[in-house]
Design a binder for this molecule. Structure first.
Ligand SMILES: [Ca+2]
Length: 305
């Protein structure tokens, strides 16, 4: 049997094909991001991204080996590709051992997430896709931010990925943590515990400046300041006066114009739809109690190759 998979998460650099499993095996060609692969078995060699020791044997577009970390499979220590039905290379059904190289928590066996976060790549993805037409049945703000973070190199996980689906009919892409605001925030806090949070009060909205913000950070809006986040946007640039600019997809209000937006980015306190400040009590969809929280993502850095 063969799996059809795609090169993903290389940040545009592409993925080397090696003549054997592991970094020390000579490289042959680079496959561009998005290249379709035929995978026929899995082996184990160098752990890539701090989490993933799986190396895939591919039969097309050229025979060789690639690091599973940059392929859109869903490897994890407790649901290996072998458990998902991909044969281990050179064996019949033997379950491979989990490597004892520090990439797993010795107590729980959970992979230690370690990934470089390319903030500019995430912001670039967001700017390029902000005006995409959206599915009117699918509140997309969290899905948009998830995709931007993946484009920035944060690895997909069992809880937070775009391959699984959810919903009553299982037609909507992504896991709940990839698509629902509060589940996304819970997952961010638990996966990247070094991430810092800055509460942005009504005064912060009036001040506009957020000196803590960096490109690639997330701003979570709470329209009614009830500690239940309602909307996510990603910081794409910092304008004069430490004023973050953000990109986003439509809010959970999916009526008419909310199914798409015709701007790539806006000032974080500005309603581009109503052409006034978000905290303006006179605007059409006024939310005078609006507050927000800045999430400054801190992902541990890991060597790349
Ligand atoms: Ca709220």
């Amino acid at each position: 049997m063969t799996w059809t998979q795609y090169v993903t998460g290389t940040g545009g650099d592409g993925l080397w094909v090696h003549s054997g499993a592991g970094l020390s095996a000579p490289t042959t060609v680079v496959l561009a991001e998005g290249t379709e692969l035929s995978v026929d078995c899995v082996s184990y060699a160098d752990t890539i991204g701090g989490t993933d020791p799986a190396w895939l044997h591919i039969t097309s577009p050229t025979p060789g080996w690639v690091a599973d970390f940059y392929v859109d499979t869903l490897w994890s220590s407790d649901n290996t590709l072998v458990q998902q039905g991909l044969p281990e290379c050179g064996t019949s059904s033997e379950q491979p051992a989990i490597p004892d190289d520090g990439s797993y928590d010795s107590g729980t066996g959970v992979p230690t997430i370690s990934a470089p976060y390319d903030r500019d790549a995430a912001a670039q993805w967001a700017l390029e896709h902000a005006t995409d037409v959206q599915n009117v049945f699918f509140p997309g703000c969290t899905w948009f931010v998830s995709q931007a973070l993946w484009a920035g190199g944060l690895p997909q996980t069992e809880q937070w990925n775009g391959s699984d689906s959810h919903g009553r009919l299982n037609h909507l892409p992504g896991t709940v943590a990839a698509t629902a605001v509060d589940d996304f925030i819970d997952n961010l806090r638990s996966t990247y515990p070094l991430t810092t949070e800055t509460y942005l009060s009504a005064d912060a909205f009036r001040a506009n400046a957020v000196p803590e913000a960096e490109v690639g950070d997330i701003i979570a809006y709470d329209w009614d300041d009830n500690s239940d986040f309602d909307h996510l946007a990603i910081v794409t640039s910092i304008a004069e006066g430490s004023y973050p600019e953000v990109a986003e997809w439509g809010t959970t209000d999916l009526s008419e114009a909310r199914a798409w937006i015709d701007y790539s980015s806006r000032g974080w306190t500005w309603s581009a739809l109503d052409q006034t400040w978000l905290q303006d009590p006179d605007r059409e969809d006024a939310t005078p109690g609006v507050t927000a929280t800045l999430f400054h993502i801190e992902a541990p850095t890991a060597p790349t190759f």
